[in-house]
Write a protein that binds this ligand. Structure first.
Ligand SMILES: *[C@@H]1O[C@H](CO)[C@@H](O)[C@H](O)[C@H]1NC(C)=O
Ligand SMILES: *[C@@H]1O[C@H](CO)[C@@H](O)[C@H](O)[C@H]1NC(C)=O
Ligand SMILES: *[C@@H]1O[C@H](CO)[C@@H](O)[C@H](O)[C@H]1NC(C)=O
Length: 796
């Protein structure tokens, strides 16, 4: 069509030209030419002179000139030959733009003729321009979500050429999404639009490059292109997707706060905020889990926040979600499984059920005392528990069921030795670093009356001074019972009934509660030197237990007896008479004062002194012996009668004393002496000579006998000196040795000598050793003395 258009135009131009030439003849003429644009300079357009009907010479002569309104002289006339030529290159598209017919008009004037001719030159378009788009690159942005069928108007291409040389067709590079819609309006204006044929997806193709081509209708055609860059804008059309459907992680229990368990990660293929994800636990996750675990919303790190406890849950399942920041938000989901591995973090728990707090001390072996139940909340080895108590106590553990133990007695119990047991129970598990728990079971033993009261001493010896105050306490016995309460509550009593044929309670009384012993009578040493009673302590247990002890009461002597002078005897108020032979030489034993003291010891040790003498120089008395001897021979001129007063005193504190007055008669011969002596001994006036002789003979015999006895006793007592304990046995004699002031009981000689009876202690002065054995009758007498030989005097 384009080319036929141009052919017609050419014909039309020629016809029109001829018409113009004819018309010019009539009215000053109008000439018309046509020339293609862009013709070279000096290209001939036409012969004006000829067309005006002039020859060249005429045209030259008339000085024709070309006048035009244009600033640029596009056209010019060759004045020589009247040819119209292109003076300046002409661009139709510039000169006329889109106007389809572009005409440059001019006038031909002649200097010497008023005639004026009009002329026109049509500038014929040639396809000298290619179509071009205003921008070589068209940027388009469209949301991926836009609907199929949406249109996007594009600016059409420009082609300064007109007609067929202008843009006639558009085309779009092949692509999957868009097509080009071209519409030509009635005025020939073409509009082009992009039509979305297929849904865009930024995630698969974020941008498209299209080539838009505009082609004109010339032959050969020219074309221009523009690039269309389609940027697909993201819309939040994708949910974040986690790496895994389920995340599995292991966690050691008791891991510290902040320990990373697992990192979850989700990807959102969208863009920008649509792809930014925030991790959260899903709504189904309980508050408890929130306390235990922390999910970092940005990084997806799941860390320990609380104290996950294996014993509470062996594993945790957490639903998580990743939410993007699009509008609306879209969430992706996943799950985290956390397996907790056990750590030995639980010490065993020991539960004790005490069967009885009081175990009787006589409980049989194997008596159940307590039940022990041990629990460890850990698992495996960490939860296996052993239990133990010390071995050195009379208790042991017996396993019944697993983790159940019986605490039973395993030995003899004695409350008096150990009334209370604090039994430490140690339970430990078998974890690699074992944990243990200690618990103490307190077991008290209850008392059983298994102990006798025990006296502090097996024998109590009480010394009581004679003449004591009746009713005063003399001593206390004490027994102890290690049992408790009633079992240790002691009462005291005497088990002896009689003392010397009298009821014991006439002598002593005992406080049954505290064992204080009272004397009920005033003791007399001279009557009763000692006695013993059995005392019993008895507890109040059921049955009661008792034991006894011996209480020995020893009565101590007091100096309560004055010496008693036995010989020489005198009738009361009178002095004793002693005959001294005229022939007595110096040192002659005139007589011996014999005195006794019922007391004992120092209280019975006697001293003899001359208290008063008529004639002092003739007689003296042995301080200790009481022997009265002459100090010199008796002279003729001495008086025949002398008198002495002798004081006998004991050694007690204070000392007691007695006196005796003696009259000495000095006689010339024996007969006289004996007659005097018979007076002294018998106080009788009737002493015959025969009797006197008998006295002398028997006296000497008696003296020999007496010395023999002393010797025998001395020997025997020396032999039995060691046998001291026996002093209380019947028939014992006592040896008295004044050289060392100690009483030494001596075994008896009495059997050979026919002496029997309780012993008496006698003090005899100086180195004389006397053994005295007394018959029971004499032991009962108030005093003891050495019996001098008394001749058996018959009262003829
Ligand atoms: C329990 O007692 C044992 C032995 O005396 C000791 O080694 C352990 O440390 C104690 N355990 C506890 C928890 O006190
Ligand atoms: C024993 O009891 C009596 C009477 O209550 C009291 O006088 C005495 O002092 C007590 N003896 C002791 C040793 O407590
Ligand atoms: C001895 O005694 C007798 C009578 O008894 C007397 O006759 C005599 O003178 C006495 N002898 C002396 C020496 O006195």
């Amino acid at each position: 069509m384009a080319y036929s258009q141009s052919n017609n135009a050419l014909k039309f131009t020629v016809i029109f030209f001829i018409f113009l030439v004819c018309a010019l003849d009539v009215v000053s003429g109008q000439i018309r030419y046509s020339v293609s644009e862009e013709e070279e300079q000096r290209s001939i357009i036409g012969n004006i002179a000829e067309d005006l009907g002039m020859d060249t010479g005429t045209f030259l002569v008339r000085k024709g000139r070309l006048v035009s309104d244009y600033t640029k002289r596009y056209l010019e006339i060759n004045l020589q030959n009247g040819m119209l030529f292109v003076n300046e290159r002409m661009d139709r598209d510039q000169l006329c733009g889109p106007i389809p017919t572009c005409i440059i008009s001019f006038q031909i004037v002649f200097e010497n003729s008023p005639e004026m001719y009009r002329g026109e030159v049509e500038i014929v378009d040639i396809n000298d321009n290619a179509p071009s788009f205003p921008e070589s690159t068209i940027h388009l942005q469209m949301a991926e979500s836009i609907a199929v069928g949406s249109r996007f108007p594009l600016e059409s291409a420009l082609d300064p050429d007109v007609g067929i040389n202008s843009v006639t067709t558009y085309s779009l590079s092949p692509n999957a999404h868009f097509s080009l819609q071209v519409e030509t309006a009635e005025d020939g204006a073409i509009t082009i639009e992009l039509l979305l044929e297929k849904q865009l997806d930024r995630e698969s193709q974020a941008s498209l490059q299209l080539l838009l081509t505009a082609t004109d209708g010339a032959s050969p055609p020219r074309s221009g292109t523009a690039q269309i860059l389609v940027t697909v804008l993201d819309s939040n059309d994708n949910a974040p997707v986690f790496d895994r459907k389920v995340y599995k992680a292991n966690l050691v229990e008791n891991s510290p706060r902040g320990t990373l368990i697992v990192t979850v990660h989700a990807i959102d293929p969208d863009e920008g905020s649509n792809a930014e994800v925030t991790y959260t636990f899903s709504n189904r996750v309980s508050q408890k889990m929130h306390e235990l675990f922390y999910l970092d919303p940005r990084t997806g790190d799941i860390t320990v926040q609380g104290m996950p406890d294996f014993e509470e849950a062996g594993s945790y399942s957490l639903d998580i979600q990743a939410v993007d920041h699009g509008s609306p938000e879209i969430a992706g989901h996943s799950k985290v499984l956390i397996k907790v591995t056990d750590v030995n973090d639980n010490a065993p728990e020991v539960k004790v059920t005490v069967v009885s707090n009081m175990v009787p001390e006589d409980a049989a072996q194997g008596t159940l005392v307590a039940l022990i139940n041990v629990i460890d909340r850990d698992s495996g080895q960490n939860g296996q528990v052993h239990c133990q108590i010390p071995l050195d106590i009379p208790f042991k553990l017996q396993t019944s069921l697993s983790n159940n133990y019986k605490l039973i007695t395993s030995g003899l119990l004695d409350r008096e030795v150990n009334p209370l047991y604090n039994i430490p129970v140690t339970a430990w598990d078998l974890g690699s670093s074992p944990l243990s728990t200690n618990k103490t079971i307190q077991i008290s033993l209850s008392d059983v009356n298994d102990n006798y009261p025990r006296f502090a001493r097996p024998t109590y010896t009480i010394y009581v001074m004679e003449n004591n105050v009746p009713g005063a306490s003399i001593s206390t016995v004490n027994a102890f019972d290690p049992d408790l309460n009633q079992n240790s509550h002691i009462t005291y009593s005497f088990t002896t009934n009689l003392i010397q044929d009298l009821p014991v309670d006439t002598y002593l009384n005992i406080n049954s509660m505290n064992g204080t012993i009272y004397a009920l009578r005033s003791f007399d040493y001279e009557q009763l030197k000692n006695f013993q009673v059995q005392v019993q302590a008895r507890d109040e247990g059921v049955p009661p237990l008792s034991s006894s002890s011996t209480v020995k009461v020893i009565i101590l002597d007091q100096n309560d007896n004055a010496p008693v002078i036995i010989s020489p005897s005198a009738q009361s108020g009178l002095a004793a008479e002693v005959i001294v032979p005229q022939a007595a030489s110096q040192g002659y034993l005139v007589t011996k004062i014999i005195a006794t003291d019922a007391d004992s010891g120092q209280n019975a040790r006697l001293f003899y002194q001359v208290l008063k003498a008529s004639y002092s120089s003739l007689f003296n008395v042995g301080l200790n012996t009481g022997e009265i001897r002459t100090t010199r021979g008796i002279l003729e001129q001495d008086a025949t009668t002398h008198s002495l007063v002798i004081l006998v005193r004991d050694n007690g504190q204070p000392s007691l004393s007695s006196t005796v007055a003696i009259i000495f008669l000095i006689m010339g011969n024996v007969t006289e002496m004996f007659s005097e002596a018979s007076n002294f001994v018998t106080n009788s006036e009737h002493v015959s000579d025969i009797n006197l002789y008998l006295i002398v003979i028997l006296g000497s015999t008696s003296f020999i006998f007496f010395v023999t006895i002393i010797l025998l006793i001395g020997i025997k007592c020396k032999q039995g000196r060691n046998n001291i304990e026996d002093y209380n046995s019947p028939g014992c004699c006592y040896r008295l040795d004044d050289s060392n002031d100690v009483y030494n009981p001596t075994p008896a000689l009495n059997e050979s000598l026919n002496y029997t009876g309780a012993g008496k202690i006698v003090r005899v002065p100086e180195t004389h050793h006397y053994a005295v054995c007394l018959s029971p009758e004499s032991a009962k007498s108030d005093f003891l003395f050495l019996k001098p030989y008394t001749p058996p005097i018959s009262q003829d």
